[in-house]
Ligand binder design. Structure first.
Ligand code: UD1
Length: 371
């Protein structure tokens, strides 16, 4: 091996990125003999509960570059990130940019890097919902197209990439870095008992998260969601750490009184990672439209009802923990019955959700650069 150090930029921007970059960072810093490392935070998410709390809890360093782009339309946000990230790339001229997930920060930074001929590693590559109305689907397809290392979390991702004509040599099935974080911190999470703060008892409540534009940017759909939560409240108590987008829309559509009238529903601020995962761990079941929570509940063996029309994470369905219902009231009613009586039995998570994905990724990168 030569003595050259390779510069790696690890990008995070929005809440679901931070639990994916944390274990990669932890592994990368063990390789300081060959890598010089930089974290770039785009600032797509900026509230304390959406961003900084995760850096504190995961002991991530203060980002070396904070781009401070904030909110805006897709074009505005993507463009702002590109302009700011280009300056970082030109200053560092890194050997690799690592991006994770499917948010606007993922495609914006990848697109900037590829135009400057910087190689890209995409963590969580290959997932497809086959629904191009989702901004994340566009972000995933385009990021994969321009990436050099495609680190895939579940077998369907490999099939999708091959079908799209991706060179096999770029594809690595490594598992899920979000689950690396969950398994690494599992004992801490279990010890927190966040439910006590909200007067909830183990397995007698449901944790809810909803923030997809298709669900919460429409008054009609938010009304349907209120009906669904009302139905769920017949089984268990409800706790809903609400995304700022959701809280703002419930208020601006004049629906607050409807949500306030749902029995035993507590709507609270977004939570830090440990507190939030602690609520999930002790839930009887979960109602969500998140991508990552479908995977976390699959690792935990907790029933999940996904209020979306599709999922890009089919392993969560074949494992039997997750059910896709959209906002179809009858489907939700069936799913609630099933979730309420779900037998966790001797549940075993899928093999690649084993907490070792980041180690596999860093080994691949180390071997590549060491050559
Ligand atoms: C983004 C991702 C989505 C991910 C989600 C997790 C895209 C296209 N979407 O959606 O895939 O599941 O993050 O949260 O990248 N806001 C705040 N404070 C913040 C951040 C956002 O108040 O710290 C509010 C603003 O009103 C903002 C809105 O939330 O306009 C939406 O934020 P944005 O980053 O555009 O998208 P998310 O809905 O968070």
């Amino acid at each position: 091996m030569n003595n050259k150090k390779y510069k790696i930029v690890l990008v995070g921007g929005a809440r679901p990125n931070f639990m994916k970059i944390a274990p990669i960072w932890r592994e990368l810093i063990k390789q300081k003999d060959i890598f010089e490392l930089f974290i770039v935070h785009t600032g797509q998410h900026y509230d304390y509960e959406m961003s900084k709390v995760f850096f504190e809890q995961f002991h991530l360093p203060t980002p070396h570059y904070y781009l401070n782009v904030g909110s805006g339309s897709h074009a505005y946000q993507t463009a702002q990130i590109m302009i700011a990230f280009e300056k970082v790339i030109l200053e560092l001229m890194p050997n690799l940019v690592i991006v994770v997930g499917d948010v606007n920060s993922t495609i914006a930074t990848s697109l900037t890097a590829v135009k400057l001929n910087i190689p890209i590693a995409h963590v969580e590559a290959g997932l497809r919902s086959f629904d191009r109305t989702m901004p994340e689907e566009i972000n995933r397809i385009l990021t994969d197209r321009i990436s050099d290392f495609l680190f895939v979390s579940e077998p369907a991702g490999v099939e999708n990439l091959l079908r799209e004509g991706t060179e096999e040599s770029k594809i690595y099935l490594v598992g899920n870095t979000m689950i690396d974080t969950l398994s690494y911190h599992f004992e801490t999470i279990r010890a927190i008992q966040a439910k006590n703060l909200y007067n909830l008892e183990s397995h007698k409540y449901c944790t809810i998260t909803l923030h997809r534009p298709s669900n919460v940017d429409s008054k009609e759909n938010l009304q349907k969601i209120a009906d669904i939560l009302n139905e769920a409240s017949k089984y268990v108590k409800l706790i809903f750490p609400a995304h700022p987008r959701t809280t703002k829309n419930i208020e601006s559509f004049g629906l607050k009184h409807i949500f306030d009238s749902i029995n035993d529903l507590q709507i609270i601020q977004p939570l830090g990672y440990f507190e939030f995962m602690s609520l999930i761990v002790d839930s009887r079941f979960v109602l969500t439209d998140s991508g990552g929570i479908q995977e976390e509940t699959t690792w935990l063996g907790i029933p999940c009802i996904t209020l979306r029309e599709n999922t890009e994470r089919p392993i969560t369905i074949t494992q039997g923990t997750n059910v896709i219902t959209g906002l179809d009231f009858d489907k939700v009613r069936q799913a609630l019955k099933r979730a309420n009586s779900f037998d966790r039995g001797d549940y075993t998570p899928p093999p690649l959700l084993d907490g070792q994905a980041s180690q596999r990724i860093i080994k691949i990168l180390r071997d590549f650069f060491a050559q």
